[in-house]
Design a protein around this ligand. Sequence first.
Ligand code: ADA
Length: 569
Amino acid sequence: MGRIFDRFAKRTIKCLDGVWKMRVDSENVGINEKWYESMPEGRNTSVPSVWATHKDLFTYEGAVWYEKDFYFDGGCLFLSFGAVMTEADVWFDGNYLGNHYGGFCEFDFKIDDLTAGFHKITVRVDNHFDAYSIPQAHVDWYHHGGIIRSVYAHKLDGVAIISNKFDYALSQDLSSADCSFEIELYNTKDNATETAITVKIGETAYSERVTINAREYKQVSVSGIKLENIKLWDIGKGNLYTVTTSTDDDVLYDRVGFRRIEVKDNKILLNGNEVEIMGVNRHEEHPELGFAFPHSLMDRDIALITEMGCNFIRGSHYPNTHEFIDMLDERGIMFWSEIPIWGCGFSEQALGEQKVVHRGLEMHREMLKYYYNHASIVMWGMHNEILANTKAGYDMSKLYYEFLKTNGGNRLVVYASHIPSSDISLEFTDVICLNQYLGWYIGDLNSWQGMLDRFSARQKELGLDDKPIIMSEFGAAAIYGCHDDDDFLWTEEYQAKLISHCLELFHSYPNVIGSLIWQFADARTSKESGISRARRFNNKGLVNEYRKPKLAYFAAQKCFKKFADKKSE
Ligand code: ADA
């Protein structure tokens, strides 16, 4: 839950990052031997981190136990994990708290009546894959494991605020907004308690008194708060408003923005204005630190991406850290947030497994729960390159689309398809997002025009030609520093030529309203990826894994600048 602004005014919060004890459980004996009561002697590690930073664990897949003793002042503890890769079982002082599946989303536990003193957290982390894993074993990124984001211990007092979900309806002319809030409270006391509950946004405040039974959660809905003369959140304009939620004992701050995103007449409109999407796909991954990606480097990534002229980032292929999205909120950069259903790994049978379908739905539910208030998230991504030409793919798309449309707020719901000629699920996406690698895996630069023409014809036949298209992935690999004639694959020259060719074509093609280059930076891949991944990296980055720009970075920058200049003419 690390954020770039202070979220709580009153409560005491202890960050549990730092040195933890760690013990590898390659024989999977830890549960039987009750390591949660007493973990055998292990080694020290850092949290957050991936265990691949330990030389001998670089390729390890399986269970690893983590343990931390820490001082807590007594009372009610709210224990929040930023993300654990991939499955976590958590014990507190030897008592089981619960399980969490899914490597990229936060989760938390609440424990009442603790005594002041030292307490022990034990986490069994497991990153093995089976038939129901999301993602499946075959992905195009590295199989990391570990406690990859920060852990926090909050001390809750009196009536504590668990969350406040913000919604709004903008007036027709976008000048005013009707705001509503869904607040979740928890009474830590062992008697029914009355408290004032106040919500303030801008200069407008609402207050009422509520009574909550002992040790109970309560939802409080607040609506009808009207704000006039609002400043809209927009591209390059991160106009954010602070929402202050208070009870007698707790104060929660959040930052929200007002904007309207919609599809109309084959265009995406942001606040009524047509947007041309210029962006990249980005893995939140570092060659040494894996998914424990540091804040300072996020800042550098954003600088490189905005200097290139982008207004959009796709968080491929999983929920990114809040810190990163906070910065996008602040700077007015649009973001696509998705869950790690990375299709190539999923057979038709796996897609149809109810356990997989429900796990995916739960991941969407969590993404909404924790990320809902971010203004920069303008798209929810349901899945990537699944077999959307099968019944299982169709059913999954329908289920997730309806769920996200109903519960996702003012956002577009999309998925990325790699099978434009046979996809039967395209009705379940607000924008048709196509991933294609012509000029790399198959075809050449001249193949693009034909592909687009054929797809446009199919789109008409399907009666879906009111949907705009984003070219959501395309690219070519280049080894940083490899130079030669621009006909040679793997050279920076060929990659730059392909990127320029694609951008020029897409941004002049009717119905294509934007492009997301695959990918921002070279990223480490899994051992299953095989021969097409030189250095065992996906080398299609515009910058290498240490963020050194390749020629394609400058080629894209030139195109995006030209498109932006043309627009402002
Ligand atoms: C797919 C996939 C990406 C990446 C890409 C590639 O489109 O969505 O994650 O693997 O292919 O480089 O081939």
